[in-house]
Write a protein that binds this ligand. Structure first.
Ligand SMILES: [Zn+2]
Length: 40
């Protein structure tokens, strides 16, 4: 199973979060889900 370190930016406050995603993860910020933009 490959581990990937990905960086996402919150679409509301602009907070940038990097996280290891191994088999799925959930990002939360501003009490919202699904407004993340992946930073390549
Ligand atoms: Zn946010």
């Amino acid at each position: 199973m490959a581990e990937r370190f990905e960086v996402y930016q919150c679409g509301v406050c602009g907070n940038v979060v990097g996280m290891l995603i191994a088999g799925g993860g959930q990002l939360t910020c501003c009490n919202l889900h699904g407004l993340w933009t992946q930073e390549v």
